[in-house]
Design a protein around this ligand. Structure first.
Ligand code: DAH
Length: 384
């Protein structure tokens, strides 16, 4: 007779007439509790959801309020027990209840092990364990955790690409402080305090004399002071502006500054170099165009435009149907700026440019929101 059949019969039908016979009957039930539980614990489960399912199944089989084995015993054995057997049945029943507490779902979940791998691995778990008991059930054959590999940020990649092109032309790389003085950021660049051009740069001031540099141009002065002429440098770095963030403005962004100072430098050198650079960076098909512009530190000043990379100059939304996209400011270094750098403008001349790295990256990779570069979202960064 199975345990399920037994618990649906009365003590009378089972011919348990004495306390000893009752105890024997209950002992058989407690043994069944233990053996069913043990079976599950030895077997283990492959995953969490199977573990939950099996634990719940066994718990309900025994402890479910209406149809569980324990409540069957309550109904068929305890309630129908003849008066003289009641105390013995009651005591044994209490013992059974205590013994079956191990079948509560929580207890089962704790006891049933997860065997992550197939059977073969299960055997290996055992042998690894047997060899070094200190390993306490850890499966030494499982692979280790794989750390996700990082990659170079797209802004850094573009910056390095620009650096490589200019290094190839014999330029060297300079750097300067991001926390800069008003003198280097403005005054030495021919932008006096009263000059309306200061309004062009929405400046974050630390105090009246110190600010976060709004462009990389102050490095021009620092480099001239440090090295004198002739000088061929680029300066990649961070800049800061008090701008409201939107798809083309960020409070922090990157620029690359360029400066060439030598005897007999002319606007032709500027055009030739920047045309070469634009074709190296965007591809040989690119054409360049120089538009007049204004910067206080260059005279004459220009904006370099390239033929639109998206429509190849035919006219589209990006280039506002003009076929040209402005990519950087440039010009011949103003004599006053050379003088501030300690260089004699009677002997030397120079050209300079400044470009936005995020903007270059956006054009190169067809990205329409500058904010994406600075949000650190791996789903975006992973693509480069
Ligand atoms: N500093 C300028 C800016 O942030 C960019 C620039 C324009 C740099 C012309 C130059 C230059 O060196 O010659 O808007």
């Amino acid at each position: 007779m199975t345990i399920d059949e037994k618990v649906r019969k009365t003590l009378k039908e089972l011919e348990a007439k004495t306390p000893d016979e009752v105890n024997n009957l209950f002992a058989g039930v407690i043994a069944a509790v233990e053996s069913e539980r043990q079976k599950l614990v030895t077997r283990g489960t492959a995953d969490e959801s199977e573990r939950e399912r099996l634990a719940k199944e066994l718990r309900d089989r025994w402890l479910a309020r209406k149809s569980g084995i324990i409540s069957s015993i309550d109904e068929c054995w305890l309630k129908t027990a003849p008066k003289e057997l009641k105390p013995a049945v009651g005591r044994a029943f209490n013992e059974l209840r205590k013994a079956s507490a191990v079948l509560e779902t929580n207890e089962l979940l704790k006891a049933i092990p997860l065997k992550r791998r197939g059977k073969r691995q299960g055997e290996l778990i055992f042998s690894a364990d047997a060899g070094t008991s200190k390993m306490g059930g850890r499966d030494l054959t499982l692979p280790g955790y794989r750390r996700p590999l990082g990659s170079v940020h797209p802004v850094t990649q573009v910056m390095r690409e620009i650096e490589d092109i200019f290094l190839g032309l014999g330029f060297s790389i300079e750097s300067g402080p991001e926390i800069e003085s008003v003198y280097y950021n403005f005054e030495a660049l021919n932008i006096p305090e009263s000059h309306p051009a200061r309004d062009d740069w929405d400046t974050l001031y630390v105090n009246s004399q110190v600010l976060l540099r709004t462009h990389t141009s102050p490095v021009q002065i620092r480099a001239m002071e440090k090295h004198g002429a002739p000088l061929y440098i680029i300066c990649p770095g961070k800049c800061y502006r008090h701008d409201n963030p939107d798809s083309t403005h960020a409070t922090m962004f990157h620029q690359v500054e360029g400066l060439a100072v030598d005897t007999d430098i002319s606007f032709a050198d500027l055009k030739g170099t920047l045309d070469f650079f634009a074709r190296k960076f965007f591809g040989e098909k690119i054409r360049t165009n120089f538009f007049p512009s204004f910067f206080p530190f260059t005279e004459p000043s220009g904006d370099l435009a390239i033929s639109c990379v998206f429509c190849e100059g035919k006219g589209c939304r990006v280039c506002k149907e003009s076929g040209w996209v402005e990519v950087m400011g440039c010009g011949m270094v103003h004599p006053e700026v050379l003088r501030h750098g300690g260089i004699d403008p009677g002997r030397y001349s120079g050209w300079a440019f400044g470009l936005g790295v995020e903007r270059f990256a956006m054009m190169k990779y067809d990205i329409n929101d500058i904010q994406l570069f600075h949000q650190g979202d791996a789903r975006f960064l992973e693509q480069f």
